[in-house]
Design a protein around this ligand. Structure first.
Ligand code: NI
Length: 170
């Protein structure tokens, strides 16, 4: 088990559209990659971590929003959002943009389809933090960060802060 380096805002791997996982082709490597992703996410108390955040452009994320304070690990392989409803405007953050939180608009409820760690398909309804995590993770796999949802004026205001953040990890 290894703690992986988390790639940060400004690194190109986060901007790429990740390619679908071929579960058969990576069956050998998948258990170790997932173990490392869980360890990495939990070492920094995250609620979600996408493969591009550890430098791998595959459509794979791990999520644990700890419903009722207890761990509930979800593996999202090739996730797709099937339906979206309502809207919320809540503060969000990301392990790839450390220390920065901002309110963005998300759908309040979504239905997700994905494959689990065994390559078995499942569907799940999410609301609250889970709905936001699903949208946040699918965004990562499409090369988007939560700050890309900010209005232009908001982003301009954050620009100096983002530049400072970048300096601290280079
Ligand atoms: Ni994130």
């Amino acid at each position: 088990m290894a703690i992986l380096r988390i790639f940060k805002h400004g690194e190109s791997v986060l901007k790429k559209v990740s390619r679908p996982v071929d579960c058969g082709a990576i069956r050998g490597e998948l258990p170790k990659l997932l173990k490392d992703m869980w360890a990495t996410m939990e070492s920094v108390r995250g609620v979600g971590l996408a493969a591009p955040q550890v430098g791998i452009n595959l459509r794979l994320s791990v999520v644990d929003v700890r419903p009722e304070g207890k761990s509930k690990r979800l593996v999202l392989i090739n996730p797709e959002i099937l339906s979206r409803e309502g809207s919320v405007f809540e503060e969000e953050g990301c392990l790839s943009v450390p220390g920065l939180y901002a309110k963005i608009q998300r759908f309040a409820r979504v239905r997700l389809r994905a494959l689990d760690e065994h390559g078995e398909p499942y569907e799940m309804d999410g609301e609250g933090l889970l709905a936001r995590a699903f949208q946040h993770e699918v965004d990562h796999l499409d090369g988007r960060l939560f700050i890309d949802h900010l209005a232009f004026a908001e982003r301009l205001k954050l620009m100096p802060l983002l530049k400072d953040l970048r300096r601290t990890w280079q």
